[in-house]
Design a protein. Sequence first.
Length: 106
Amino acid sequence: MARKTAALADSDQIKDQVFSELQALIEESEKLLSESAALVGEEAETLRAQVSLKLRQAREAAGQVRAKAQPVVDATQDYIGGHPWQTVAVSAGFGLVIGLLLGRRH
C-alpha cells in the first residue's frame, strides 16, 4: 500500500511539473511572438535563436519528465502484471459504477 501511495505522490508531482513547464513554455512563446511582430534583420535572427533555445529547453524538460515518469509506469505495469485478476475486478467495478451512474441519468 505504501508503494502505491508513493507512486501516486510521484505521479502527482510529475504532472504538476509537466503542467508548470508547459505553462512557462506557453508564456515564453506568447511573449516572443508578440515581440516578433516588428522585427527584421538581425533582431529577427536573435528572436529565432531565442525560440530555438526555448524549444530545446522544452524538449530536454520533456525528456527529464519522461525519465522521472518511467518508474511510475514500470511500477504500474508490475502491479498489473502481478495482480491481473485484481486489476480485472477493479476495472469491472469501475465500469459497473459508471454504468449505474449513467443509467440513472436517463
